[in-house]
Design a protein around this ligand. Sequence first.
Ligand SMILES: [Zn+2]
Length: 144
Amino acid sequence: MKLEIALIPKSSWYKGIRTILTNDQVEKLRGQLFAKANNICQICEVHTESLFFTEEYKFDDIYLTQTLVKFIAICEDCHLARHMGLATIKGKYSRAVKHFQKVNDLSINEAKTIISAAFTLWRHRSNYNYYIDLVPIMFMGLDF
Ligand SMILES: [Zn+2]
């Protein structure tokens, strides 16, 4: 799937790169990422002046580890679709679902099944404390 739903377990909320980088470093990182993206969403490839910066993680549900994989610059709609919970809070759930369907070429039923499975997994993961491994940031060739 081109556009994945990325729900972060509750125990990991507010514990991303901002726990190890200063605001200035985050801004510098964002600047580098946006310059590289050149106003193109790195998921759906739409041209936009307003990109969002997001972290991508991989999860190991046996060792309860959440490992930073990369940073991506994405459009608002992809950001909403990746963070369906946030989209709901913002009253933009149906917009997020439509975009999720369009980018992944899914029927509404297929989309709803995948979204529902993502929330089930999120609820399961939210019962545990994940160790967040941010060490890969050292090997991404970033200057911050
Ligand atoms: Zn996009």
